[in-house]
Design a protein around this ligand. Structure first.
Ligand SMILES: [Zn+2]
Ligand SMILES: [Zn+2]
Length: 261
């Protein structure tokens, strides 16, 4: 995060899929670094049951008291659960198939307000009227007659985007309904399909399976990652996923991806 100039202060919510070390061992240094940077805001941690115990124990035995509060949200990944909701976004867990209890996460933006077309505004319109127009209603007078028609002053809202994070998991078509048509799917692709047996033993997916899930779920874009260190050439994994789903890219550290609106 330091390398990419991302401030840890901006993070208030962290979602951990499961308790294999490669998915949470970086958390403790991050929590301490937030402490050293004088964080004050609450931090919300979502994870399968157990992370609360691990962190509490480490703090206890190092006699550390953080200067901010951690709010744990343990959950059971076996069934999909609503984890978070506010006026803008809704977040649910996605049950995955792995050696440990493991969940993916689905982030969906809610319907956004209509957009005011500035050039169409008439002098003297009140702020409250603009709020009403953004909410999609007409402006009425006391008798309920229309003064300003919504469609004359607004255009459709920006698209509501969605992102599904699915790692780690074995071949798991049961997630397809839940992640249908998301704008972006991150799916693990630990192995090449030639190593399918290894994937099945360790409950991971092959690049070809990741592509197949993306195709069946009709998503807009696929990112693959979580590659086994045995592969020196990631291009092979990319090509394999692309054979099923062409709009695929490698999730390389530091890369950024922009979703279309
Ligand atoms: Zn794992
Ligand atoms: Zn992993």
């Amino acid at each position: 995060m330091a390398r990419y100039q991302l401030s840890p202060h901006k993070i208030d919510y962290i979602f951990i899929s499961h308790l294999h070390g490669d998915h949470y061992l970086g958390l403790m240094p991050l929590l301490f670094s937030m402490h050293l940077h004088k964080r004050k805001n609450d931090l919300h941690l979502y994870s399968p049951t157990g992370l609360d115990e691990i962190i509490t124990l480490q703090l206890k035995h190092s006699k550390s008291v953080l200067n901010y509060k951690i709010i744990f949200h343990p959950f059971v990944p076996q069934k999909s659960e609503l984890l978070f909701e506010d006026e803008a976004i809704i977040i649910e867990s996605i049950p995955l198939i792995h050696k440990l209890a493991c969940a993916g996460f689905l982030f969906r933006e809610k319907q956004k307000p209509r957009r005011i077309v500035k050039e169409k505004l008439i002098e003297g319109m009140k702020l409250q009227q603009l709020v009403t127009l953004k909410a999609g209603a007409d402006i009425l007078d006391e008798d309920g007659e229309i003064i300003y028609k919504n469609e004359d002053f607004t255009k459709s809202p920006r698209a509501s985007l969605s992102y599904a994070y699915c790692s780690d998991t074995a071949w798991n078509p049961s997630m397809i309904d839940q992640i249908k048509a998301v704008d972006l799917l991150y799916h693990e692709a630990t192995f090449l399909h030639a190593d399918l047996q290894k994937a099945e033993e360790t409950k991971h997916s092959t690049a070809s399976q990741a592509g197949e899930i993306a195709k069946l779920a009709d998503v807009k874009k696929l990112l693959i990652g979580h590659f086994s260190a045995r592969y020196k050439n990631l291009e092979d994994l990319l090509q394999e996923a692309k054979a099923s789903f062409s709009n695929t890219e490698l999730a390389i550290e530091g890369a950024t991806f922009t979703l279309e609106d």
